[in-house]
Ligand binder design. Structure first.
Ligand SMILES: Cc1cc2nc3c(=O)[nH]c(=O)nc-3n(C[C@H](O)[C@H](O)[C@H](O)COP(=O)(O)OP(=O)(O)OC[C@H]3O[C@@H](n4cnc5c(N)ncnc54)[C@H](O)[C@@H]3O)c2cc1C
Length: 461
């Protein structure tokens, strides 16, 4: 089945694979971020599928958006994300609970691997209107999140002194607080998924430094051309972030969709917050509101962000993905009309312009500090530093039929193939996504194998 002629090892994984021999898998996963590795783990631990492979174009897992330097490191539950409706929060919570259970179990079993830190987490309303809005929200959302508390100025000050220090005493503030502020290193989580998958099924085949160059449909299988030879697989799961849509389009799927690649940058300061403090979300925006929180592995650094500006690359800080972006965006009038319609929306246009400025030297900091002062009124410009090279890009889906920006992740299912396109909260929902993909994959394989859903649900739900 799997024949590797020569390979070197990096952390126990083959980093170079050279073979002209055909490889046949029941399932091939393309992309080794947190979404692909969560699927690898689920297939390995909870199914009896015999041959599973994963290819990743880089030399390690989780180097793109799942890297802790690229995202906001938050396990989103929907409790303090004020842009989530009750229904959205309910479904995100179900999936984030799975990751939380996995993390807590790993903490007990593998104490040396620090996958997460736990801090308090609050969403802060500033002014009368926001406070009224948040109080109303609390009434319904506290049913879903029984640990959520509504706290006033004095209590806020005890937990986060710098949120109150220097604030106009007449300015009304209110917050919803929970202790469940999971800050996660999603790259390490990817590694943990792979390690545990290998324990369950030592013969799964993982090929790093192996890039899907072309995919085509044969008679009974997919033929995946890579820089390291050809792979044949009955079912393919594409978990390649923004690249998933490009690959989907090469097979004729998702032709009415485009991607708006929204880069996010961060500023850092020496510790000014003890936990996570989110601001109230602008309703129309599909990206998390600006927040401040401690770094996952260093509580003495507070990070503020992310900003959001469109870039014409599928990967941040990687100009070689410029052409791939346009292949994903699609040529022709329709995506351009959608783009104009979205960008020139009254709310979004102003937002995008100012977010471009946040990345500029000097002026960026002067402008962004005004946002940060909503959270920490007394912060000085000199305390802030632009976090160079930090922040990834979110592949937000543009629907060229409705000409709207879609909220959250997208999944396309085709003939024995699945494509996952994963802006935020894609890392938080990785196991929930793996659960639904696994159910679909079993059907694709004509139910020849079993998905032990009871065991998955017992462990993680
Ligand atoms: C600024 C920012 C803040 C965010 N904050 C949060 C947050 O707080 N919480 C949250 O849940 N989510 C957050 N997200 C979203 C989250 O980072 C992503 O949803 C998640 O990392 C997606 O995981 P993934 O595995 O799908 O993608 P990735 O981690 O990007 O992995 C995709 C993998 O596919 C590989 N690949 C691509 N093309 C090929 C190919 N042709 N052949 C082989 N391999 C290929 C890539 O190398 C990569 O390793 C944030 C994102 C950004 C940009």
């Amino acid at each position: 089945m799997v024949i590797a002629n020569t390979f070197q090892l990096l952390n126990g994984y083959p980093i170079d694979y050279m073979s002209d021999t055909e490889i046949n898998y029941d399932v091939l996963i393309v992309g080794g971020g947190v979404v692909g590795t969560a699927l690898l783990y689920t297939l390995s631990k909870y199914t009896d599928i015999k041959s599973i492979g994963l290819i990743e174009k880089y030399s390690d897992f989780g180097l793109v958006n799942s890297a802790s330097t690229k995202n906001s490191q938050t396990l989103h539950f929907g409790d303090i994300e004020t842009n989530y409706t009750f229904e959205k929060a309910k479904s995100v919570k179900l999936m984030s609970d799975m990751v939380m259970k996995y993390l807590e179990k790993e903490k007990l079993e593998n104490i040396d691997t620090k996958l997460f830190s736990k801090y308090s987490k609050m969403v802060l309303a500033v002014g009368k209107n926001q406070s009224e809005e948040l109080s109303k929200r609390f009434l319904s959302f506290s049913k879903l999140f029984p640990n959520l508390k509504m706290i006033s100025r004095d209590e806020i000050g005890k937990i986060e002194p710098r949120v109150v220090e220097g604030r106009d005493p007449d300015q009304e503030i209110l917050a919803l607080l929970t202790e469940d502020g999971y800050t996660v290193d999603f790259k390490r989580l990817s590694h943990s998924f792979v390690d545990n998958a290998k324990i369950e099924k030592p013969d799964i085949n993982i090929q790093l430094n192996t890039k899907l160059l072309k995919i085509s449909k044969g008679k009974d299988c997919y033929i995946v051309k890579t820089n390291n030879g050809e792979i044949k697989a009955t079912v393919v799961a594409i978990t390649a972030g923004g690249h998933s849509l490009m690959i989907a389009k090469s097979l004729g799927y998702g032709m009415d969709l485009s991607v708006l690649s929204m880069a996010g940058s961060f500023y850092t300061a020496p510790k000014v917050l003890n936990g996570k403090v989110y601001t109230i979300q602008v309703a129309k925006l599909p990206f998390a509101a600006i927040h401040g929180d401690p770094e996952v592995h260093n509580e003495n650094i507070t990070r503020f962000g992310p900003t959001a500006k469109p870039i014409f690359q599928l990967e941040r800080h990687n100009s070689s993905t410029f052409l791939e972006y346009w292949k994903t965006f699609g040529l022709g009038l329709s995506p351009i009309i959608s783009l104009f319609k979205i960008i020139f929306d009254k709310v979004l246009f102003g937002y995008i312009v100012v977010n471009f400025l946040y990345d500029l030297p000097f002026i960026g900091k002067l402008l962004f500090v005004r946002q940060i002062r909503m959270i920490v009124p007394s912060i000085k410009v000199s305390e802030l530093k632009y976090a160079k090279g930090i922040g990834g890009t979110r592949p937000q889906i543009v629907n060229n039929t409705t000409r709207k920006l879609e909220m959250g992740e997208a999944k396309l299912a085709g003939d024995k193939i699945i494509f996952n396109i994963t802006p935020s909260p894609g890392a938080s929902t990785c196991l929930g996504n793996a659960y639904s993909d696994t159910s679909e994959i079993i059907k694709f394989l004509d139910n020849r194998y079993k998905f032990n859903k009871e065991a998955f649900e017992k462990d993680l739900m």
